[in-house]
Structures are given as C-alpha cells and as structure tokens.
Design a protein around this ligand. Structure first.
Ligand code: TXA
Ligand code: MG
Length: 359
C-alpha cells in the first residue's frame, strides 16, 4: 500500500483543541483517513458517503471487504441520513442510551454505500460518548464510518501508541487523546430482530439493556464460546484476534495459582491478572502483567487489550489469565478473553493438557 504522511495531533479528551479538530475534519471532507478516540477504543474513520475513502479503511487495516463498518453519528438528524424504518419505540430508547457505547443494527438507507455495510440491507450505527469523536463528526458534517483502528491481526487500540504501531504511514491524521475510557469495543445489538439479539457484549451491560429494551437474546457466541454463524452475525465469521503467544484462560480462579506452577515448570509464563490474583504468585520466574483490581472491573477492561499486546512483547512462551464474573462489563471481558485464547478454556487441571504439551 502507498505510504502517506501521518500527522499525530495531541488533543485534550474533554476539551478538544478546535484547530486539531478542523485539520482532521478537512481530511475527512477530502476523502482521507482519520484515527480518532472514542469512549471504547480508537476508530479508523472516513466519510460514510465516500465509497473510495471507505475502501481505503479496509486496505489500511487489511480487513476483508465483507466485514461491515460502524457508522458514527453526532446527532439524531444524522441517524435519519443512514437508517430508516426506526420505530418510535426504538427511537425513544435511543434518546436514553445515546451518546454511549451501544451500537444498533438498523435497516439502512439506500444512500449508504455497499462498501460500508458489506452489501447488507442493515447498517450498524452508534453515537459515541467522547467529546473528540463528537466534535470531529460535527465539524466534518458527515457521519463517519469507522471500525477499530488496529491491523486486522491485532487487538483494538486503546492508546495512540497502539495505533502508531499498526497504522503509521497508512492514515492521514491520528488524534491522540490518551487512553480510551472503557477499553473494549461497544455493545452491539440487532434490533431488526424481535426480541433484539446481542451480537457483541461491551460496556453497555446486558443488565442495563434489559431494563431499557426488555427481553434480549444472549447467544453463547456473544459470551465468547465459539464463532457466530454468518447468517446471525455477518462479519463476525473471521478468526478473532489472538496473541501470537499461546494464551489460556483459567476460568476457575481457585486453580489459577496451581496451573501457573505446573506450566512454569516447563515454560516461561506470563500471568495476566488482577492485583488480588497476582499477589498469590510467589515465583519470581513468572512475568506479571497487571490488569487492575477486582474492585474495579472497568480498570481491567481499560487495560485488557494493552495486556494482550504486552504478552506478545514479553519473553514469555505462554500467557495465563484468570476468569471474571460474567456480570456488567465482566461479560465483555470474558468474551474478548475467551476469543483471544482461541477458546483455550481451562475449567479443571485436566483441561490444561488439552492446550499445552506438559510431558
Ligand atoms: O466501540 C466500537 O464499536 C469501535 C469504535 C471505533 O466505535 N468500533 C469497532 O468496530 O469496534 P469493529 O472493528 O469491531 O467493527 C464493527 C463490528 C464488526 O464485528 C461487524 O461485523 C459488525 O460491527 N457489524 C457492522 N455492521 C453490521 C451489520 N449490518 N450487521 C451485523 N454486524 C455488523
Ligand atoms: Mg475491530
């Protein structure tokens, strides 16, 4: 791919610098690529209504063209530019939840190019709760189509450093507003189905969704137990991100320490864990990658993708992470963790041998 000159502009996450936003908005209007922060992860954005610009997103990320993008809007007026046939009931609920880390699958308007939706008759839409994202969309005067700003083989970026590692020389502007707030991608629900179906858990929890939308279907795949069938979740058929190092998830925390002891007799181990779990590990041979504290799972979600990248940079042969309760943000943490492990899920000591050669 042709190299472009990348400008990295620092912006305050809460009070974004007008000049930086204007530079980035000009790039969007001219059909270029801008990486911008959202409350979840960094997005790789282009003008939704410019098919050539959207095609560049796929090239920069190395993303297959049949994996559709999320359209980011800053107002309800923009919602009606991209989606149609939205019932008053859904619209009223959206007024409660947006801006926020919730993406809805809706019926698309014909003006949305096929490049954005991978030829589907639906479109994924969200209004992000991040001042920089909202200002950028508003100043660009167009909805911005954006997947996460990582190479297709890497975890979503939660720091501008991750973006620079993956996309420097492939995008025009990177707006650097520091670490994103939640660290895992938005919750996605398909409201073209009745009851709505959860396609991806995220910061907007199932408990909150049920309060607002009533019944919600939570398939096993949304918990990170196996791949979706294409018909149910188009675009989610691809192999999920997995570190190049082996990663196993010890779901039963009571055997976490023992599993680490057994595996570290033969391999260099990195333990990915909370302070509470890591303090149990005495061996100084084990590399400790801190996820945060069990007292605040939002700290864990914020650090999770960076921890996966750190595992790959480390000298460890194998990463071992423990489970989390599947409540609130915990469901998103488990979904990303199980997928990153390639479903190497350990529930008892015998399971370890299924994934790791020990003898
Ligand atoms: O938090 C987020 O959602 C971030 C930020 C940048 O907004 N975006 C993000 O996009 O994570 P990404 O790379 O995960 O891609 C969008 C996801 C894909 O899994 C895609 O399959 C799904 O949304 N998607 C998009 N349009 C869809 C549609 N019409 N039907 C079903 N799934 C769809
Ligand atoms: Mg992504």
């Amino acid at each position: 791919m042709q190299q472009v000159q990348t400008r990295v502009l620092k912006v305050d996450p809460l009070y974004p610098d007008k000049q930086a936003i204007e530079i980035a908005a000009e790039v969007i209007k001219k059909g270029g690529l801008v990486v911008f922060p959202t409350e979840t992860v960094y997005g790789l954005g282009a003008d939704t209504f410019n098919p050539e610009a959207c095609t560049k997103i796929f090239k920069a990320k190395n993303r297959p063209m049949d994996n559709p993008l999320i359209v980011h809007i800053h107002s309800f007026d923009q919602l009606f530019e991209v989606a149609q046939d939205i019932s008053d009931e859904i619209l009223n609920k959206l007024k409660i939840v947006w801006p926020g880390p919730l993406t809805l699958i809706l019926k698309k308007r014909p003006e949305v190019p096929k490049e954005v939706t991978a030829g589907l008759d639906t479109v994924a839409v969200r209004m992000p709760a991040h001042p920089v994202a909202l200002e950028l969309i508003k100043t660009s005067q167009t909805p911005i189509a954006a997947p996460s700003a990582n190479l297709a083989t890497k975890p979503s970026p939660t720091l501008a450093e991750h973006v620079i590692e993956d996309l420097y020389g492939k995008v025009d502007v990177i707006l650097d507003a520091g670490r994103t707030f939640f660290g895992v991608e938005s919750t996605i629900i398909d409201v073209t189905k009745n009851p709505p179906v959860l396609l991806r858990p995220g910061p907007f929890s199932v408990e909150e969704l049920k309060e607002i939308f009533g019944e919600i279907v939570v398939p096993d795949e949304a918990r990170g137990l196996g791949y979706f069938k294409v018909a149910l979740a188009p675009g989610m058929k691809y192999k999920h991100y997995a570190p190049s190092k082996k990663l196993i998830v010890v779901e039963d925390r009571s055997i976490y320490r023992e599993v680490i002891d057994i595996v570290s007799k033969k391999y260099k181990v990195a333990a990915l864990g909370t302070d509470e779990m890591l303090k149990e590990i005495e061996s100084t041979d084990v590399i400790k990658i801190r996820l945060g504290s069990d007292k605040n799972l939002y700290e864990v979600s914020k650090n999770l993708f960076d921890a996966f990248r750190q595992l790959d940079y480390s000298k460890a042969d194998i990463g071992i992470i423990h489970g989390f309760p599947e409540r609130g943000i915990g469901l998103a943490i488990m979904n990303r963790t199980r997928k990153a492990s390639g479903f190497s899920i350990v529930r008892n000591l015998d399971d370890v041998k299924k994934y790791i050669e020990l003898s």
